[in-house]
Design a protein around this ligand. Structure first.
Ligand SMILES: [Fe+2]
Ligand SMILES: [Fe+2]
Length: 130
């Protein structure tokens, strides 16, 4: 997935973090296509778990400090994705690498990021202006 101007939140750090998330899923999609993803899957999942945690904390702080009306919804949706990513890591550790499940995971994450950023994160734009 490529970052687009319509994803801009008005906060440079957040936009950079979103770009990093897009680059990570895009990179892993390429790795999957090459068929050598078993070794890298666990580190990809660990990275996603860690990086989303850092990003979510940072963004939630920005929304709270600017009294953003989306703050509560943002936190709730973050928690849902975090639970999902943790469960995928647990599944992997128990059952090993499943290529088809990995493709589905990427699709879910891309859809989630696009929908979440466009509905929730971009609401920061108006709050930054104030
Ligand atoms: Fe968010
Ligand atoms: Fe975000």
């Amino acid at each position: 997935m490529k970052w687009k101007e319509e994803y801009a939140t008005g906060i440079k750090e957040i936009d950079e973090q979103h770009k990093t998330l897009f680059a990570a899923t895009e990179g892993f999609r390429q790795v999957l296509k090459l068929g050598c993803s078993a070794d890298t899957f666990e580190s990809f999942l660990e990275f996603l778990n860690l990086y989303t945690e850092v990003h979510f904390d940072y963004e939630e702080g920005c929304m709270l400090s600017r009294n953003c009306p989306a703050a509560c919804k943002n936190k709730k949706e973050h928690a849902t994705l975090s639970t999902f990513l943790e469960s995928e890591l647990r599944y992997y550790r128990k059952n090993g690498f499943k290529p088809r499940r990995a493709v589905k995971l990427l699709d879910v994450i891309d859809r989630w990021l696009e929908s979440h950023i466009c509905r929730i994160d971009v609401q920061l734009r108006e709050c930054v202006k104030k």
